[in-house]
Design a protein around this ligand. Structure first.
Ligand SMILES: Nc1ncnc2c1ncn2[C@@H]1O[C@H](COP(=O)(O)OP(=O)(O)OP(=O)(O)O)[C@@H](O)[C@H]1O
Ligand SMILES: [Mg+2]
Length: 266
């Protein structure tokens, strides 16, 4: 564990529905079950959905209260009994869902002093998620292996590079079909290593239906095995892969987009 408090990871994408919440929930559950005290925060103030994976959808305390009040983290934290994971859920319909600079400073200070080893922050789909914490230790940029998603991911990468914030790419819903972009093609556009590849697995929609995280529901399946491998890397050294170490300092959005448009044209 770092002496300066927990390692804070934000999960982001410019496109909706690529698997941010699925990754956030299952990575956090896996870290907790490996023995690392972990806090999961749902910072999607418009359409929070962490609760659907965990069976918390009735919860009315959470992130919005943290933004609007002077309350501390403990007051708005729920415990997911099957895993012991601590969770700050989102609550729909709050009037106070805007993250001011002052609130962000206050929350970051509390998080850095908290007893957790890891904090995983789920966000809503935006290039710089308005309601979510900006200066996290790392951003996991989630994309699916197709052009629209990859192009959205490189926009986030360029934005994070400009802010000199560390990021890694997670490729989700990989089916290994011919029409998908290959790992190499995605890495070339992203100008960094793909930190994690997560397969398409029907246990994910089943787990949402059952309100039991996929990592618990089918611990040995392809999805959970991939989550486990990646959580283990984090657990053993704070970084998504042993050697990627995140990335910043790319050539910028235009060079990346140019390569995207030349993609497969030879
Ligand atoms: N690896 C996977 N295998 C199969 N289905 C998946 C996988 N990852 C995500 N899904 C499915 O994709 C859908 C969207 O996932 P999720 O809600 O995690 O995306 P999101 O990026 O958080 O969406 P939003 O931008 O709306 O917050 C869900 O219905 C989920 O079941
Ligand atoms: Mg989501």
């Amino acid at each position: 564990m770092s002496s300066s408090g927990p390692y804070i990871v934000k999960v982001a994408s410019y496109k909706g529905g690529v698997g941010k919440t699925t990754l956030s929930v299952n990575l956090a559950v896996a870290l907790q079950l490996m023995g690392a005290k972990t806090l999961l925060i749902d910072s999607d103030t418009i359409s929070p959905s962490v609760g659907f994976h965990l069976g918390f959808e009735g919860s009315n305390i959470g992130y919005s209260q943290l933004l609007s009040s002077r309350g501390n983290i403990r007051d708005v934290t729920s415990v997911h009994a099957p895993s012991g994971l601590h969770v700050i859920t989102g609550s729909i319909g709050s009037k106070h869902a805007v993250l001011t600079a002052a609130a962000e400073g206050r929350i970051m200070k509390m998080l850095k002093k908290s007893p957790y080893e890891f904090v995983v922050v789920d966000t809503r789909p935006e290039i710089d998620s308005v309601g979510s914490l900006k200066k996290t230790d790392e951003t996991l940029v989630v994309a699916t292996p197709d052009m629209p998603s990859a192009s959205a991911a490189i926009k986030i990468a360029a934005s994070l590079d400009r802010q000199r914030l560390r990021h890694s790419l997670v490729l989700n819903r990989v089916k290994n079909k011919k029409y998908e972009m290959s790992l190499h093609e995605v890495e070339d556009l992203y100008e960094g290593r793909v930190g994690a590849v997560i397969p398409e697995d029907e246990i994910v929609p089943i787990s949402i239906e059952e309100r039991i995280p996929a990592y618990i529901l089918d611990r040995r399946g392809p999805f959970s095995s991939s989550i486990h491998r990646n959580a283990k890397f984090y657990y053993s050294g704070h970084g998504l892969t042993e050697d990627s170490g995140g990335y910043y300092g790319g050539t910028g959005i235009f060079a990346r987009l140019k390569r995207l448009f030349l993609w497969r044209r030879g």
